[in-house]
Write a protein of this length. Structure first.
Ligand code: NAD
Length: 473
């Protein structure tokens, strides 16, 4: 399949809904329009929210086990359609198909793992004449806003956490990558009671309407820090609960005892997986001066073995940048890096051909305050930086408004752990990167976000805390 003939519909109250106006979706590997998707109006959003609101009471009163069994059926249906979904994913997102399939299979596993979790009911006090218990109640309608870089896994994680906690959902994919989630809505429309899971598409303004809607009680947003700030502002209108998973500028610190040959491959993928369009991609790579030259040489050599191309080509390891806006942003950053005389040791030249392709670009020891170090590139441009002192590198790694993730690489695990403890980020990996677990909370410090996703803590974010006190006599 290199073109798509099917029509895509939104799923509202269990029905497939189209709109008069539609917006095109573009294949980033060749810039061709592959499909049209509905543009929800404010009235469409009101319908979806009303249906979700009406469905809430019954859904929230089901037992958690009943909700779990429907979520398992939801996951199974996605799994059964995984090949078709992976192809759609590659066409709209650009990522090589074998990796698209991994995201879909991973999302299925996450859905099942999160659905198993149970929020506790805790007896806080039990005395002869007084009793206190604490538990969690769902919030109502959850508005889920999803970015384009992980359009399935992030959507499924949010949907599962919201639904297992007893909320109903209105979910909005990015206008750049709406197809796979719309198709998941179509495939699974009869699994939940009507109105429980609604999937609607539109342009960015739809996101804003969701954040302002008086009958949406919770916003779970993943996207850029700039948009996250707007979301928080609009959500304050009705004091909606918010979880914000935002941008990052993760540092990787390679210690002096690391073996460049052993770690160069995992560090390459930490930086460039998904063509570097990963919130927790390594975006600043600090290497101890003792091994800097050898490491840089190995990194450049390994980078040359990686194939960038159309995701439908089985030879491709990396695909294009997902959209024109991001493509232009990354090119502008590369041009600015060249202009300021920084040393590009690999890549940096954009071929004049269809598709948003950018080569692996590595910058040798640019100044700490250069744009390529300070900004989140969200594309395959990596600054490699030299350091000689651990105190200094920790301070440099923390010298950013972001605080999402980071990693430390080397043999002395005690030293690595002591560095990890001092990095001001939500997650730090040692000798690995980008590993996520449904049992571990994931979230950002500082301007990388508020709250967490995944794990019981992530599910709890879709609830209110409730306390009951009883005077017995
Ligand atoms: P974005 O902020 O442009 O868009 C994200 C979503 O918000 C899209 O669905 C978009 O339509 C919607 N949106 C746009 N304007 C809105 C508004 N005013 N109100 C409400 N919604 C609005 O982000 P993006 O370019 O799609 O994603 C890339 C960014 O996401 C990067 O900064 C990346 O680091 C971050 N990200 C973070 C995580 C995380 O878990 N922390 C994960 C993935 C991506």
């Amino acid at each position: 399949m290199s073109t798509i003939t099917k029509k895509f519909s939104m799923t509202i109250n269990g029905n497939l809904i189209s709109t008069e106006d539609e917006v095109p979706v573009i294949n980033p590997a060749n810039e061709k329009i592959i499909a049209q998707v509905p543009i929800a109006t404010k009235v469409d959003l009101d319908h979806a929210v009303n249906f979700a609101k009406n469905a809430f009471r019954k859904w929230s009163m089901l037992s958690v086990n009943e909700r779990e069994s429907m979520l398992v059926a939801f996951a199974d249906a996605i799994y059964q359609h995984r090949e078709e979904l992976a192809e759609l994913f590659t066409l709209e997102m650009g990522r090589p198909i074998k990796l698209a399939l991994l995201e879909i299979e991973g999302a299925v596993e996450t859905c099942k793992a999160l659905s198993k979790k149970r929020l506790p009911r805790i007896i806080v006090e039990e005395k002869e004449n007084h009793y206190i218990e604490r538990y969690h109640t769902p919030l109502g309608v959850a508005g889920l806003i999803i970015p384009w870089n992980f359009p399935v896994s992030l959507a499924i994680r949010k949907i599962t956490s919201a639904l297992i906690a007893g909320n109903t959902v209105v979910a909005k994919p990015s206008p750049y990558t709406p197809l796979t989630l719309l198709r998941i809505g179509e495939i699974t429309k009869d699994i939940f009671p009507s109105g429980v899971l609604n999937i609607i598409t539109g342009e960015n303004e739809l996101g804003q309407w969701i954040t302002e809607h008086p009958d949406i009680n919770k916003i779970s947003f993943t996207g850029s820090t700039a948009t996250g700030k707007k979301v928080m502002q609009s959500a304050s209108l009705h004091l909606k609960r918010v979880t914000l998973e935002l941008g990052g500028n993760d540092a990787a610190i390679v210690m002096e005892d690391a073996n460049p040959k052993e770690i160069v491959k995992p560090i390459f993928w930490a930086a460039f997986r998904n063509t570097a369009q990963v919130c927790v991609a390594t975006k600043r790579l600090y290497v101890h001066e003792k091994i800097y030259d050898e490491f840089l040489k190995e990194l450049v050599e390994f980078s040359k073995t990686v194939t960038i191309g159309d995701g439908l080509n089985p030879e491709s390891d990396l695909g294009p940048i997902q959209n024109k806006m991001q493509f232009d942003k990354v090119i502008e950053l590369i041009e600015a890096t060249k202009k300021s005389g920084e040393k590009i040791v690999l890549g940096g030249e954009i071929e004049d051909k269809p598709g948003y392709f950018i080569p692996i670009t590595i910058v040798d020891n640019p100044p700490e305050n250069s744009r390529v170090v300070v900004e989140e590139a969200f594309g395959p441009v990596l600054p490699v930086l030299k350091y000689s002192d651990y105190e200094d590198v920790i301070a440099r790694a923390n010298n950013t408004n972001y605080g999402l993730g980071g990693s430390v690489w080397g043999k002395d695990l005690e030293l690595a752990k002591s560095i990890a403890d001092r990095l001001d980020t939500g997650t730090v990996w040692i000798n690995e990167a980008q590993v996520l677990s449904p049992d571990a909370p994931f979230g950002g410090h500082k301007e990388s976000g508020i709250g967490v996703e995944s794990s019981l803590d992530g599910i709890q974010e879709f609830t209110n805390s409730k306390t009951i006190m009883i005077k017995k006599k």
